[in-house]
Design a protein. Structure first.
Length: 509
């Protein structure tokens, strides 16, 4: 869209049935790319280094997620808590340092959830203060709350699960009025922001996916209304079909609560569980009226999204990233504050250092290094040819925009296909051009499984390796076939498999 190059458009952004709004990708990727394009025009740079295409959007999303720190500090000040332990806990979490610095919709969702919780908490405080002076029902921050909710839903419709608890607390909390009256007043106060924000996002998506040009305002409005695209509704319909979820993997209902929460947050998640059960017992024996409303709000904002997301059979850890905000706010002092011990801090730092290494530098990390390395080589050394075919085999989806390099390249992503499919692709490529320049990229664990039949037809020449690279789908194992090998040799052989191989192929003549 920005550089007028051929890229792979993922299925979520298919113009025939889009399920994701284009607004946020344009904000966090489009704007940096437009700025980069402008700079390249001013300084007459004809070929952009792929590193800038990778880093600039990440810098934009990282700057945006700094708002979470701001909201944490403001919340602590608002309720008279020490903010340093909370910020220390948040800044030392590997979730913050890995997931929240990537261009994931979950990162945006986390910021919007943090903002929503902050404004709901602030609103509840203001309602409480107003109740001491007047009996009228006030609706502070209703426009902000409604805009954040709608923006979150257009970013990821699952945001509704996160927004459910704050909205329920906000709607029913207030002076001694009837519940029906409070609900009516609060819902009515949300409607202007809901319709305005919803229309803005729907207009943006419709204009993009339907290709509606901005001519006159009257014609543009008419075309938008006639071709309205509601991506959240498409998302909901898609995910309620179990057949669609099965394409991405089906998981047991307990995966989020028993596996993903401990993976993401370590024993901070366990503390969250324990404190929530303690809250339930206090409500049972003491009564809701004597419970701190903010504590209840944040505890429920951790548990309820977890329960609602567990109803769906496709469960990935990143779906739960937003609950880091209530967890850190509630329990930061238990680890980094005066209540915390040096042992608890050591355990926390050790766990998150391990998570940072694994998810930040080890797990599937060879893909980006490979994309940058190969793209840079093609950019500055075209291998004396203008056409290159890159076949990615048993890897995650490669970021193809990094290959905006002025060389005509064909990228074939075979995913987890078998060697038969790879051979069929190679046959098709060489039928078109027997002298085609072809490179196959695969994990080292897969390279050692290349069938002997391939050697009869093709010559494999190892160009380079990128590592470390860990693939859970193709695990590296110790080779015990050599009974005379000592443990050092076994370890070296194992480590040699933790790479992503780049092979240059040619036809045996």
């Amino acid at each position: 869209d920005v550089f007028d190059t051929e890229v792979f458009r993922s299925w979520e952004f298919n113009s025939t049935y889009p399920i994701r709004s284009i607004a946020f990708p344009y904000i966090f990727c489009g704007i940096p790319f437009f700025l980069l394009k402008a700079v390249s025009i001013v300084f007459s740079v004809h070929r952009l280094h792929p590193y800038f295409l990778l880093v600039l959007p990440r810098l934009a999303i990282t700057a945006f997620t700094l708002l979470i720190d701001v909201y944490l500090k403001k919340l602590c000040i608002l309720f008279g808590r020490e903010f340093r332990p909370v910020l220390y806990l948040f800044s030392t979490s590997y979730v913050t340092l890995t997931y929240l610095t990537r261009t994931l919709s979950n990162s945006i969702e986390t910021v919007l959830f943090a903002a929503l919780l902050f404004y709901v908490s602030k609103s509840i405080t203001e309602i409480t203060n107003a109740a001491e002076k007047t009996k009228s029902v006030v609706n502070p921050h209703s426009i902000t709350i409604s805009c954040l909710t709608v923006a979150g839903i257009f970013n990821r419709p699952t945001f509704l699960f996160f927004a459910f608890t704050p909205l329920m607390f906000w709607i029913q909390f207030g002076p001694n009025q009837t519940l029906i009256r409070k609900i009516r007043y609060r819902v009515n106060s949300l409607l202007p922001g809901v319709f305005l924000t919803g229309f803005m996002f729907a207009t943006c998506d419709t204009a993009y996916y339907k290709g509606i040009p901005i001519s006159s305002s009257e014609i543009f409005t008419r075309d938008i209304l006639q071709n309205l695209v509601l991506t959240p509704w498409n998302f909901i319909k898609y995910n309620f079909d179990v057949k669609n979820l099965a394409e991405h993997g089906l998981h047991p209902f307990w995966l989020h609560s028993l596996i993903n929460i401990p993976i993401l947050f370590g024993y901070l998640g366990i503390i969250g569980y324990v404190k929530y059960w303690k809250l339930l017992f206090e409500i049972l024996f003491v009564g809701m009226l004597r419970i701190n409303i903010i504590r209840a709000l944040f505890s429920c904002s951790f548990v309820f999204p977890l329960l609602l997301l567990s109803l769906f059979e496709h469960q990935e850890p990143r779906f739960l990233i937003p609950v880091i905000f209530p967890l850190v706010y509630l329990h930061g002092s238990k680890i980094w504050g005066k209540k915390g011990s040096s042992i608890s801090r050591s355990v926390w730092l050790t766990y998150n250092a391990s998570g940072l290494f694994f998810y930040g530098f080890f797990h599937q990390s060879g893909i980006v290094r490979c994309a940058l390395g190969v793209a840079s080589k093609l950019l500055f050394d075209t291998f004396s040819c203008n056409e290159v075919t890159l076949i990615f085999f048993h890897t995650y989806m490669v970021p193809r925009h990094l290959f905006n390099i002025g060389v005509h390249r064909y990228i074939i992503d075979l995913g987890s296909a078998n060697f038969t499919v790879l051979k069929e692709e190679l046959t098709q490529v060489y039928q078109i051009d027997e002298n085609a320049r072809v490179y196959s990229i695969m994990p080292a664990t897969v390279s050692k499984l290349i069938p002997d039949s391939f050697a009869q037809s093709y010559n494999f020449s190892l160009v380079t390796q990128y590592g470390p690279h860990f693939s859970s789908e193709d695990l590296a194992t110790f080779d015990y076939s050599n009974k005379n090998a000592n443990w050092i040799q076994l370890l070296c052989n194992f480590c040699s498999l933790l790479y992503l191989d780049v092979w240059e192929l040619s036809v045996n003549k």
